[in-house]
Design a protein around this ligand. Structure first.
Ligand code: 5AD
Ligand code: SF4
Length: 439
């Protein structure tokens, strides 16, 4: 979502005369868009700021001003601390106030002091942002589109409800208009974004509340949008309407990121996830019944407070049962202000390390097995650009793997049938079956 947010910040600043540059040394303003989800991500901000300070000083010596802004969730959570630790920062803004950037820039330039805006304003930023700019360069065939933000679920370990704020959905008309503009500019593969995207409940044009399933049926009607994805979903919001949309809509890609975090019911309860491991297994069965080629990806946390060897084994068992095509796994990180941070029975670091290694080995093996099932198959590939080697083009499979093929540039921006010939660690290679467009 930070990628999407950064693009929208550029949209807001363009009317002021700002445009993107390649290197920070050439920038009149540098915005660091930050993530607070784990300690490591948050700490990175301060080391990065140290580098930016040097750039600011070097430019100052040449008589040039540089505005440094810190945006995103670290700004939201640690606004004051940022100004204390990095007094050369000019602007601190949270994820819900970036529509006010022009005003903040003017204030920073005028007053010369730091400007801080980490409100959760009553107004929705989307009502105040300019239209998302059409992709500036030809070749944006894939795009993100935020439809929902924030979270009311309060998992024990997670900062999101505090940094992104309460759960809220954009109105249907505004989402459809943005999707249509994207499609008109050439986007074919769209990923709907939200911290709890399947909790989407936007106001419909008819005044009723629409869920994600209803929205997906409408998006699928937009000419040119041939691939629809959404991320990240919560198992509790995976309702029958959405499962059936996977049955009905070929545009809904057969790849779903559905984090489970743990396979132990005890830990799932401690995490306040609101479902059991078997309920997760059932959702997966239902999804695969309507869409047999559906592949799953997930997030896992090892070493949540109270996690025993037996709990961890339950996670390993769930992984063996479900079989994931892709997964992200993390050691539990204590986040200030979250309920789990102060919980007794914190798991020692070396135990977390060992569990993470075991889990990641299993997940890597499953990713490799999934990729192996595609070798020899013919799949539709949307070509998005040039490959690294001469004569090569690269595209995206329905399951998000990059796939390299020998082929002419003229195919970029179109979908063709490709026979997968080889699996590499994080990508595939293949051969064009025939130079006719995939129907
Ligand atoms: N420690 C480790 N991982 C976390 N995540 C969220 N909060 C924490 C934390 N405190 C992980 C979850 C979530 C993903 C985005 O980040 O797995 O799904
Ligand atoms: Fe965080 Fe997701 Fe839980 Fe919300 S549902 S608190 S975003 S992990």
């Amino acid at each position: 979502m930070n990628v999407y947010d950064s693009a929208r910040m550029s949209d807001v600043l363009r009317p002021l005369g700002y445009q993107p540059v390649d290197l920070p040394d050439a920038a009149d303003m540098i915005i660091l868009n930050t993530c607070h989800i784990r300690d490591k991500a948050a700490e990175k901000v301060f080391s990065e700021l140290g580098r930016l300070r040097l750039i600011k000083e070097a430019r100052k010596a040449e008589g040039q001003q540089t505005i440094i802004a810190v945006a995103g969730c670290v700004a939201q959570a640690e606004g004051q601390e940022i100004l204390t630790r990095a007094p050369y920062v000019d602007i601190v803004l949270g994820p819900q106030t970036y529509h006010r950037l022009p005003e903040m820039v003017a204030r920073a330039a005028r007053a010369g002091g730091a400007v801080i805006d980490t409100d959760f304003p009553a107004e929705q930023k989307f009502d105040f942002l300019p239209e998302a700019a059409a992709p500036q360069t030809k070749g944006n065939y894939t795009s993100f589109l935020t439809i929902q933000e924030g979270c009311d679920k309060f998992c024990s370990f997670c900062v999101v409800p505090y940094t992104r704020g309460a759960e809220s959905s954009r109105p249907v008309t505004s989402v459809l208009a943005e999707a249509r503009r994207m499609a008109e500019s050439g986007v074919q593969d769209i990923t709907l974004l939200g911290q709890n995207v399947n909790a989407y409940h936007g106001e419909g044009p008819d005044g009723t509340v629409w869920g994600l399933a209803q929205l997906a049926y409408e998006l699928a009607k937009i000419p040119g949008l041939s691939r629809i994805r959404y991320s990240t979903s919560h198992p509790r919001d995976m309702d029958d309407a959405l499962i059936n949309a996977h049955r009905d809509l070929p545009e809904l890609m057969p790849f779903l990121h559905l984090p489970v975090q743990s396979g132990s019911d005890r830990i799932l309860a401690a995490m306040n996830r609101g479902h059991t491991a078997d309920q997760y297994r059932d959702i997966v069965l239902k999804l695969r019944a309507v869409r047999p080629d559906l592949a799953l990806s997930s997030d896992f946390i090892v070493g949540h407070p109270g996690e025993t060897d037996e709990d961890f084994e339950a996670t390993m068992q769930l992984v063996r049962d479900v079989k994931f095509a892709l997964a992200y796994s993390f050691k539990y990180s204590q986040r200030p202000g979250t309920p789990a941070a102060g919980a007794p029975l914190q798991v020692p670091e070396d135990v977390k390390d060992a569990r993470l290694q075991a889990l990641q080995a299993l997940l890597r093996q499953q990713q490799d097995e999934f990729n192996a099932t595609l070798v020899g198959k013919t799949i539709p590939v949307l070509f998005t650009g040039e490959g690294r080697k001469p004569g090569q083009i690269v595209g995206r499979s329905p399951w998000l793997q990059p796939i390299h093929v020998q082929g002419p540039h003229s195919l970029i921006g179109q979908t063709f049938s490709v026979k997968v010939t080889e699996r590499l660690t994080n990508s595939l290679s293949g051969e064009l079956v025939e130079e006719t467009e995939y129907a």
